[in-house]
Design a protein around this ligand. Structure first.
Ligand code: NDP
Length: 251
């Protein structure tokens, strides 16, 4: 039997961008720990199909970059008597191009999807959490919160900001009973990384560069998420938890 500190029975968890990849794995982990999971994404069919794979889960479809849509969806959900106890801000995108040629539209899209969304959804959900005097927010950062790589400078800027917004959320909201932390994944084989996974030269470099000597498996992010969502982490606030096979601590 698992330790009761990690039991999420009776909690409801909203995971943004959870119809596939890391978001789905995190939702699955939270559900396995006992939470009722709410799957977000833009595509209703894919969000509903993902929810159907997890017992007791439901879909809540909205675009995390649309401030008004976020507020309407979160407030409507809460008004229906469904409090959100745990929020995982996971939705994110990538765009690769040399910085000198980086299209401004792609820069804007990255800013909206990867960082403005954390503020939009975080604020909308936190207002209800603050009223209840408790809540858990987990933002998905990246090794790019600390380190740059060629061709992804704007993504790196957004993930650095996710790390600092997490610290700001903790600073403003800890007094209201919230904990706000981040998980910083290393390299995981998901659709977002399809171009890298398909590139043997990149894979060879990554395996050599990572102390663990391999790509991460999305299931390996579940434990960090359950921990930060649970009573086991009740005094952990503003922390960035790297789950990266050691890549961010070695040269
Ligand atoms: P995927 O591309 O596999 O999945 C992204 C998910 O986000 C999809 O479910 C997509 O669904 C949803 N999404 C995208 N845009 C929006 C939007 N505007 N509103 C709502 N949902 C949206 O990505 P990953 O699983 O690889 O990445 C998830 C997070 O983890 C991202 O924040 C990423 O930066 C981060 N990360 C990933 C790493 C990796 O190795 N894969 C490493 C470090 C961090 P739909 O299209 O239906 O909206």
């Amino acid at each position: 039997m698992s330790h009761p500190l990690f039991d999420l029975t009776g909690c409801r968890a909203l995971v943004t961008g959870a119809s596939q990849g890391i978001g789905f794995a995190l939702a699955q982990g939270l559900a396995e720990a006992g939470a009722q999971v709410v799957i977000n994404g833009r595509d209703p069919d894919r969000a509903r199909a993902a929810a159907a794979r997890l017992p007791g889960a439901e879909a809540l479809v909205f675009d995390v970059t649309d401030h008004a849509a976020v507020r309407a969806a979160v407030d409507g959900f809460e008004a229906a008597g469904k409090p959100i106890d745990i929020l995982v801000n996971n939705a994110g995108i990538q765009h690769r191009a040399p910085l000198e040629d980086f299209p401004p539209e792609a820069f804007e899209r990255l800013m909206q999807t990867n960082i403005a969304s954390v503020f939009y959804v975080g604020q909308a959900v936190a207002r209800h959490m603050i009223a209840r005097g408790r809540g858990r927010i987990i933002n998905i950062a990246s090794v790019q919160t600390a380190l740059a790589r060629p061709g992804i400078a704007p993504y790196t800027a957004t993930k650095g900001a996710v790390g600092n917004l997490t610290k700001g959320m903790a600073t403003d909201w800890a007094r209201h009973g919230l904990t706000c932390n981040a998980i910083a994944p290393g390299y995981f084989d998901t659709p977002l990384n399809a171009a890298l996974v398909a590139d043997p030269a990149f894979s060879d470099w990554l395996v050599k560069r990572t102390p663990a000597g391999r790509w991460g498996r999305v299931e390996e992010l579940k434990g960090a998420c359950i921990f930060l969502a649970s009573d086991a982490a009740s005094f952990v606030n503003g922390h960035i938890l790297y789950v990266d096979g050691g890549i961010s601590v070695s040269l």
